[in-house]
Design a protein around this ligand. Structure first.
Ligand SMILES: NC(=O)c1ccc[n+]([C@@H]2O[C@H](COP(=O)([O-])OP(=O)(O)OC[C@H]3O[C@@H](n4cnc5c(N)ncnc54)[C@H](OP(=O)(O)O)[C@@H]3O)[C@@H](O)[C@H]2O)c1
Length: 294
């Protein structure tokens, strides 16, 4: 009962601080003129790029497909009048960071976006056991490069300048699946655990230097990757981004929306002896595949 009451108080605090107070635009603007977002041409990353531009920041979009970069840069410029710079890289490659560094030189980077360290990949395309992933070797290498190496290397690039200026915000987009071992997505979920631990460790190291390093852990957000449509639990990327920015000052990690906070609590109560059985996993895999195809 005591712990349940504590959870209720936590939810109320979350509701009051995010829905009523929020975080003013002046806070984001005070951190610096530019926001950098990785994986910025679709889904959550694109929504962060639009939202930061609406809030008055200039944007660096870092992503893979040139045509999509040009299109998103044009849309943001037209809609907000902010400056937009693009950097085309593939995060599966390890030798891209000098190129990114060159492109960031001279900008006053206050916010590194997902990112916002947002870029991420999932195994293709359906949930499956580890050895059933297509091209297991390539998937292991690519997923570690995109989901883990990118976070550490981008942090290495932006943190020194933030440290000098004694301010900055790094938002790392992990996932709710990092809360517990996650069969059928075990490699992906493990990379998201890295992100959460790295983020919180860095926050402990650099919080006293005026830098906020925050880990956001969404469950379901409508996007190409998740293949779900917006609903009560699945947020649209735009809604998720707005609510996650409202809780940027609430601790070193959060799920980024009230619905996802409640979901995390409920999932945490389901015993693993049910969810880790073969029968449950097979049903789960079928269910996710059917939802994605309907
Ligand atoms: N959607 C969810 O339900 C959910 C839940 C929890 C966590 N997340 C996390 O949120 C982040 C964003 O997910 P999303 O659903 O918004 O994904 P998404 O819609 O698939 O968008 C991914 C973005 O990343 C870019 N990208 C992918 N691989 C890349 C690579 N190798 N190099 C450079 N850019 C690359 C894509 O560019 P192209 O379009 O050019 O490929 C695209 O702009 C990920 O880290 C994901 O793990 C998502």
């Amino acid at each position: 009962m005591f712990f349940f009451s504590l959870k209720v108080v936590k939810c109320l605090k979350y509701f009051v601080l995010t829905k009523w107070l929020g975080v003013p635009n002046s806070f984001f603007n005070s951190l610096g003129e530019w926001a950098v977002i990785t994986g910025a041409t679709d889904g959550i990353g694109k929504a962060y790029a639009h939202e930061f531009a609406k809030r008055g920041l200039n944007i660096v979009l870092i992503s893979r497909t040139k045509e999509k970069l040009i299109k998103v840069a044009h849309e943001i410029g037209q809609a907000t009048g902010r400056k937009v710079k693009t950097v085309q890289v593939n995060f599966t490659e390890r030798d891209i960071y000098e190129h990114i560094k060159e492109n960031l030189r001279g900008l006053e980077i206050g916010v590194l976006g997902k990112c916002v360290n947002n870029v991420g990949m999932l195994q293709t395309p359906d949930p499956c056991r580890f050895l059933e992933m297509t091209e297991v070797d390539k998937t292991i290498n690519d997923m570690i490069a995109v989901n883990m190496v990118s976070v550490a290397k981008m942090t290495q690039l932006v943190l020194p300048r933030m440290k000098e200026r004694q301010k900055g915000l790094i938002l790392n987009i992990s996932s709710g699946v990092a809360n517990a071992p996650c069969p059928l997505y075990c490699l992906y979920a493990s990379t998201k655990v890295f992100m959460e631990r790295f983020s919180r460790g860095c926050q402990a190291e650099y919080g006293s230097k005026g830098i906020i390093i925050k880990c956001s852990m969404p469950y379901s957000v409508a996007s190409q990757m998740s293949r779900v449509k917006p609903g009560i639990i699945a947020k649209s990327a735009e809604d998720y981004v707005r609510s996650s920015l409202d809780c940027v000052l609430l601790g070193d990690r959060c799920h980024g929306s009230l619905a996802h906070e409640i979901l995390a609590y409920v999932y945490g109560k389901i015993p693993h002896w049910i969810t880790y059985t073969d029968a449950f996993l097979d049903k789960m895999a079928d269910h996710v595949q059917n939802c994605a195809r309907s």
